[in-house]
Design a protein around this ligand. Structure first.
Ligand SMILES: Nc1ncnc2c1ncn2[C@@H]1O[C@H](COP(=O)(O)OP(=O)(O)OP(=O)(O)O)[C@@H](O)[C@H]1O
Ligand SMILES: [Mg+2]
Length: 329
């Protein structure tokens, strides 16, 4: 049996009538990279804030590195945390940021400098140690925050949206750092993300969260395999009619999503031409049809009937609405 780094049982957080986290249970093995994946507001930050003893649970319990959450100091000494919102001092150098953190964590004075250099090397920032943080790129800032989370040699590192807002190339560089920490230095990592690819590429196991609950938990491969085959997405103005026609021949599962149809089938390559021919015979227009291996996005759709992206799109919609009011012109 692998040793548990984290054990969570029925953990909940209520803000008034809102169940931000609604009785979640899971465990993370030592040496694992464990992901909480979900859209905005799913309860990811709230979950790890409770595990990091930043927030009192409303219900339930958890053990982190063998310590219960009431034992704040023992938990905090075992963990490092990188917050979702950047929390570096831009007017200090990288080294000064780390030294400040070392003081807060009561790292003995003599150890501070060498340890800071050690973690800077770990994230590849040693030659920028004495530059002001305001001259760092977004990816460098994120790496410095990870370095800071490692100053007191925690066994467990919490990363809340480690690559939020970073470009794809920088995101990959941060993934490499996270893998190195995990594989070479044995740090157990629990991260939150709403990037499906990040969870897929980086995590040994993933808990998919929505509305405060865990709706699926497994390895990325098993989550994807749980759909039972290939995913066929059909865009048509007659989704309802086509769904009825296909149900007669039901290949596996059929769902209406975003005004189209999503069909899963063991052999997508064989099912797709059949679907087109049925549509053609019934006079149903098909604007596009796409066959692919399932992604975590498809797993999310299967469980919730919506896509994660659909909810992310709301930020763009807000910006568009603001622009249309004339503020941006
Ligand atoms: N201090 C608070 N008071 C009231 N409601 C809160 C508070 N913190 C979080 N919430 C609410 O709890 C829910 C979960 O928030 P949380 O920050 O955990 O989501 P998240 O999954 O981290 O989302 P994101 O991807 O946007 O970071 C949201 O509806 C949020 O508005
Ligand atoms: Mg969050």
């Amino acid at each position: 049996m692998p040793v548990s780094a984290i054990e969570v049982s029925g953990l909940s957080k209520h803000f008034g009538s809102l169940k931000a986290v609604d009785s979640v249970s899971f465990s993370v093995a030592e040496g694992e990279i464990f992901g909480l994946l979900g859209p905005n507001g799913a309860g990811k930050t709230t979950t790890i804030s409770m595990l990091a003893t930043m927030l009192f649970p409303s219900n339930g319990k958890a053990k982190v590195a063998g310590h219960s959450l009431e034992d704040h100091d023992a938990v905090r000494n075992s963990i490092g945390i990188v917050f979702q919102d950047p929390s570096l001092d831009d007017e200090l150098t990288g080294m000064e940021n780390l030294m400040f953190h070392a003081r807060i964590y009561h790292i003995p004075r003599k150890e501070r400098g060498p340890r800071a250099m050690e973690v800077l090397k770990l994230v590849g920032l040693e030659d920028r140690a004495s530059s002001l943080v305001k001259t760092y790129s977004g990816g460098m800032k994120r790496r410095l925050e990870i370095a800071r989370g490692l100053m007191h040699k925690p066994k467990i590192l919490f990363l809340d949206e480690p690559t939020l807002g970073l470009d794809p190339q920088t995101r990959r560089a941060v993934w490499d750092q996270v893998r190195t920490l995990n594989k070479k230095h044995g740090v157990t990592i629990i991260l939150t993300t709403h990037y499906m690819e990040e969870a897929d590429q980086l995590c040994d196991r993933i808990a998919i969260m929505d509305h405060g609950r865990i709706i699926a938990l497994d390895t990325p491969d098993k989550l994807k395999a749980s759909l039972g085959g290939d995913v066929i997405t059909i865009l048509t103005p007659d989704a309802g009619k086509l769904e009825k026609c296909l149900q007669v021949k039901a290949p596996a599962t059929i769902k209406q999503v975003d005004g189209g149809l999503v069909v899963t089938s063991k052999r997508g390559d064989k099912a797709a031409p059949k679907i087109l021919s049925i549509a053609h015979n019934r006079g149903i227009r098909v604007d596009s049809i796409n066959v692919k291996k399932p992604s975590l996005e498809d797993v999310f759709i299967q469980h919730t009937g919506r896509s994660i992206r659909e909810r992310e799109a709301s930020t763009t919609e807000v910006m568009r609405a603001v622009y249309n009011t004339g503020w941006g012109k």
